[in-house]
Design a protein around this ligand. Structure first.
Ligand SMILES: NC(=O)c1ccc[n+]([C@@H]2O[C@H](COP(=O)([O-])OP(=O)(O)OC[C@H]3O[C@@H](n4cnc5c(N)ncnc54)[C@H](OP(=O)(O)O)[C@@H]3O)[C@@H](O)[C@H]2O)c1
Length: 409
């Protein structure tokens, strides 16, 4: 057996990070955690540093400085760094051949680009950077020979269903349509559990609690993606992510509600066949596949029991009650800066909901109000993407403070 592959895990203290570390623990002969990042949870980070002795560890500047004072207690073979610069250093560290991108939100943008510029093999769970500028990330990956592996469960399912030649195109950042190979793929369907409010009446969405929004019926995830799953914005973001990653048009990506979360997505081929991927809803499966591709290794997840499941249900999403999918479709058609603005407005809206400042049903109204204030612009450089993101957040906070998102105001 050759030497273990070095892996940097961005967002090691989160839900995706925990799944990645569980797979790494199962396969110490194959993988070694050489870089770990956290943000606020430094005690959890330090426990991981003691367990894995990585070459580098990063966290937020305001929390890591006090930890540094205590650094004598922790392995002194680890280099400690902080802030966005620390995340980028962890992503590009020479000991890491593979990077797991598991930070939540746009906060992961710059570290993913650092990994891409350094030519890493990147397992992308952190969907927001793809939503904001997936085409730019693919361009950088092509130039630097980085490798992009979709790990978001639906996109990983699509990837698993593709023939190997098309998989290689996706990994290389060329998508399904920028190649000489006849794609034969006509469209894809993303499945969605429907979230905790699948059967909640529209009027009752005004009063749902924060705890109820965080209670996802089938997946255990961090707070931001859990709220996104409840508004169905998660599926909107995934729709944009699919267009960006696979080079598809908005019209080639369908969304279907599938409450059991057993079929993770479907690829349609021109002969009328459709191929899907099924598994228990557990991120260790896509992460293990991304880490070991093209091999398969045990992930620690038991196989899906079809008889116990009994039935699979499918229905169309209710886009009146859940307007976020429509907002996502509109911005992908507009292109340019529109997806950056949608993502920034959504992050501000979710933070405001989790802080008890707005109602659940205000989330799409706030995003819509922010989108309506924007002239679309092109965003083909990272610096431009970052500045549009900041401007859109400021606009969202302004609209929030003035209450201009409320219907009729
Ligand atoms: N969870 C899932 O099953 C799942 C499935 C598919 C896709 N995803 C995607 O994967 C990403 C991570 O989701 P998650 O559920 O794992 O989130 P999570 O549990 O909230 O974890 C987020 C991680 O990012 C770190 N972080 C938070 N703010 C940061 C900042 N400003 N700068 C740098 N790091 C920061 C957190 O550190 P601290 O906790 O130390 O502050 C934590 O390690 C999201 O983009 C999500 O959409 C998740």
């Amino acid at each position: 057996m050759s030497e273990a592959i070095g892996v940097s895990i961005l967002g090691a203290t989160g839900s995706v990070g925990a799944s990645a570390l569980e797979v790494i623990r199962m396969h110490p002969d194959r993988f070694k955690a050489v870089g770990l990042s956290a943000w606020q949870q430094t005690d959890a980070l330090m426990a991981l540093v003691c367990e894995f002795s990585p070459a580098i560890a990063a966290a937020a500047p305001e929390v890591l400085s006090s930890q540094l004072v205590r650094a004598g207690k922790f392995p002194d073979t680890t280099r400690y760094c902080s802030g966005t610069a620390g995340l980028k250093e962890t992503a590009a560290h020479p000991d890491a051949a593979t990077v797991v991108a598991g930070i939540s939100g746009a906060a992961g943008l710059e570290s993913i680009f650092a990994a891409a510029h350094a030519g890493k093999r990147i397992l992308i769970a952190n969907k927001e950077p793809l939503v904001m500028c997936g085409n730019l990330l693919r361009r950088v990956a092509r130039e630097s020979r980085a490798r992009l592996f979709p790990v978001d469960s639906e996109h990983n399912a699509i990837f698993q269903c593709l023939p190997e030649g098309l998989q290689r195109e996706v990994i290389a950042g060329r998508g399904l349509t920028e190649n000489a190979i006849e794609p034969a793929v006509t469209h894809v369907t993303l499945t969605a559990s429907g979230g905790p409010f699948l059967r909640t009446a529209a009027a009752d969405l005004n009063t749902v609690s924060i705890d109820a929004a965080l209670e996802h019926p089938t997946w255990k995830m961090g707070p931001k993606i859990s709220v996104d799953s409840a508004t169905l914005m998660n599926k909107g973001l995934e729709l944009i992510e699919a267009c960006m990653l696979f080079g598809l048009d908005e019209s080639q990506v369908e969304v279907v509600i599938h409450p059991q979360s057993a079929l993770h997505s479907v690829v349609y081929f021109e002969d009328g066949s459709l191929i899907g991927q099924m598994a228990n809803p557990d991120m260790r499966i896509p992460i293990a596949y991304g880490l070991s591709y093209p091999d398969r290794i045990p992930s620690g997840v038991p196989p899906l029991d079809l008889v116990a499941m009994g039935r699979l249900e499918f229905e169309a999403p209710d886009i009146e009650r859940f307007p976020c999918i429509g907002l996502a479709r509109a911005v992908i058609r507009q292109g340019g800066s529109a997806p950056i603005v949608l993502n920034a407005a959504n992050e501000v809206a979710v933070e405001a909901f989790l802080a008890g400042m707005i109602r659940f049903s205000d989330i799409p109204s706030l995003i819509d109000a922010v989108l309506n204030t924007y002239e679309n612009a092109s965003a083909t450089e990272l610096s431009v993407v970052l500045s549009i993101d900041q401007e859109a957040r400021a606009a969202a906070r302004n609209i929030l403070a003035k209450g201009l998102y409320r219907i009729g105001v």
